[in-house]
Design a protein. Structure first.
Length: 228
C-alpha cells in the first residue's frame, strides 16, 4: 500500500445559516488514502462527514484546501472536468442504495459504463463479474424492488465500482441493514476493495465494522484525528 491515491490537504468549509451566522464545518482536514487501503471515518452526528465526502468526491468545493487524485490537484477544476473525474475515478455508496427502480440489477451496473464509453458487451461482462463476486449473479435480471435490502446494497457496491474507480467513498453503507446482513454486506464490500485494489473512505457509526478496516480516523471539531 505504497501508492498514494487521494490526498486531502487543509480542507475548510463554512456555511451561512442565518442567525447567529456562520457555521464552520471543516477546519483544515488532512488525509492520505493509499492503494488497497480501507479507512473508517467515525463522527458524531452533525460533525460534517457528508460534507467531507462530498468535497472528496468532487460534488462540492472547499472554501480552502485541495483534493488530489492520483497526484493531480482536481479541486479547482471546472464542472465538466469534475463530472468526468467523478465518473471515472470515484465510486459512491450511500446508506440507501439509490438504484434506478425501472432497471434490473445488471442494467444498473451496465448503464454507468455505457455513459463512460464502454461497449454494451464489455459493460455487461463487467457487471456480471461484479455480481458474481458479491454473490447475487442469480438476481441479475431482477429489479431493485424484488431484491432484499442486502442484495440491493451489494448491487449498489457493484455499480459504484463499474467504471473501475481509484477511490470509493461510502456514507454509512450498512446503516440501513440489520446486524447480520450488515456484517455480510461489509464482507462483500471489503472483498471488492481488496480485489479491485482501490482506496476506500467509509463513514460509519458501527465501531465493530470500523475496527476491521486498515485504520480509523475521527472527524470532530472540524478536523480528522487518528484513532488508535
Amino acid at each position: 500500500m505504497n501508492d498514494l491515491t487521494m490526498r486531502l490537504s487543509g480542507l475548510t468549509k463554512t456555511y451561512l445559516e442565518g442567525t447567529p451566522g456562520e457555521v464552520q464545518v471543516l477546519r483544515g482536514v488532512d488525509l492520505d488514502l493509499r492503494t488497497g487501503e480501507a479507512v473508517a471515518m467515525v463522527a458524531p452526528s452533525g460533525a460534517g462527514k457528508s460534507t467531507l465526502l462530498h468535497i472528496a468526491g468532487l460534488l462540492d468545493k472547499p472554501d480552502d484546501g485541495t483534493v488530489e487524485i492520483g497526484g493531480q490537484n482536481v479541486s479547482g477544476k471546472g464542472d465538466r472536468t469534475r463530472t468526468s473525474l467523478r465518473r471515472q475515478d470515484v465510486g459512491f455508496v450511500y446508506q440507501f442504495h439509490h438504484l434506478l427502480p425501472e432497471f434490473t440489477a445488471l442494467e444498473n451496473i451496465t448503464l454507468p459504463q455505457l455513459a463512460n464509453g464502454q461497449s454494451e458487451k464489455t459493460a455487461q461482462d463487467r457487471a456480471m463479474s461484479l455480481l458474481e463476486r458479491v454473490g447475487v449473479a442469480a438476481r441479475a435480471d431482477h429489479r431493485p424492488a424484488a431484491l432484499s435490502g442486502g442484495e440491493q446494497q451489494r448491487v449498489a457496491f457493484c455499480r459504484a465500482l463499474a467504471n473501475k474507480p481509484r477511490v470509493m467513498l461510502a456514507d454509512e453503507p450498512t446503516g440501513n441493514l440489520d446486524p447480520d446482513t450488515a456484517d455480510q454486506v461489509f464482507d462483500a464490500l471489503m472483498s471488492l476493495v481488496r480485489d479491485e485494489g482501490l482506496s476506500a473512505l467509509i463513514a460509519t457509526h458501527n465501531l465493530e465494522l470500523a475496527a476491521r478496516m486498515d485504520r480509523m480516523v475521527r472527524l470532530d471539531g472540524g478536523v480528522l484525528r487518528p484513532v488508535e
